[in-house]
Write a protein that binds this ligand. Sequence first.
Ligand SMILES: [Mn+2]
Length: 422
Amino acid sequence: MALESKPFSFLQVSDVHLDSAFAGSKIKLPVSKRKERKQEILEALARVFEVAKERRVDAILIPGDLWDAESVGSQTVNQVIELCMSVKDTFIVISPGNHDYYSADSMYNLEALQARGMRLWPSNVHVFKSANFQTVCHPFRDDISFTGCAFVANVPVEERLLAEPISKEKLKPLNILLFHGSLDGYKGGDSGFPGKLTAPFSAQELVNQGFTYTAVGHYHQQTPIKFEDKLIGAYSGCLIGRGLDESGPRFCLFGSITPKPGNGQDFEVKIEPVESDKRRIVVADFEITGKTSNEVIDQVMLNLVSSGAREGLDIVYLRLTGRYPAGGEPTYVKEKLATMFYHLEVSDETRQDYFLQSIDERTTEGKFVAFLTNLKKEAEAAGGSVAIANGEGLIDVKTIEDAMYFGLDALKQKRISIKNAD
Ligand SMILES: [Mn+2]
């Protein structure tokens, strides 16, 4: 078949996690802001569709996790369906992931939508519904095909989906692969989560399949996939930031694939990240030792601004470390800066500095400190932990230090402020 020598353009978006609860993160958004952020996911997705219209893309590729759970609200899905209807001339291809897996009750199932009295996915949307790879042709471009599959349950897939060659039977000259899985060697902050590894694949296995481009979902950090410097696919990463491992800008990807002159099978593939979340999560560390409260406030502000935190807009997670003199507990940081950002969470990992004055070794405190200091030295010499209570348990350096500070709190202040203990 002769190739139309026309470029193909697309937007790629995945890991949208619509209707996320925003609970369980160390960022600790208050309930009112969790609701706002939930709405902002839909707003971010609506902007993706606006970009698709502005740039007149040929397709929107969604390789999974469009919503966070099968319990996604029907109103939310209705709004997504409306967005899809608003771009009638754009083909939208969805390969369901582990969170939005395809099942008889799924919001991707037309009968399930009918049973709920909901509107149906319009004809410009194709959802892959089989765990095996299948191929469809672009409805308005007979030179382009899309191959994809679906998760059919939220359980990790151990099988290497790309180990065997995928059928080339229905492929067109420009062929796109979409799926949800874990790239070997991915280094993002979400790579080590228990149960996260699913449908593993390598860049070598991907290049062996020979697709023009592959849109992959699942991992949340925007990651181009290259083989010997050639771009063969990408993760767009998650659409908006929800947790500490999703700090910084979040993206959808604008892609363009242009046939190279003289050869119908050779293409130039380019992707461009487009920031998709109006807010950013900014994570910063600050050491307070030896600084006055005014110095701490001034320097924390400078530190946050240089970390890219935007006043009134961003979600800031500030980790304070170091030691403060008696009465100088850095609670003033949150009080002074809380209203500057959309949300500020201060993780106070500081300790009162009990060692500014020497502790008389004849006192209870002195004996307590001497005992734990020796124990800490033993633990350090033994590689980080030491046996206590006749070898029935091991105690590590951090726990010994916690014990020393909590003990000193109790002895000196008659109260214990338990923080930064595991
Ligand atoms: Mn996933």
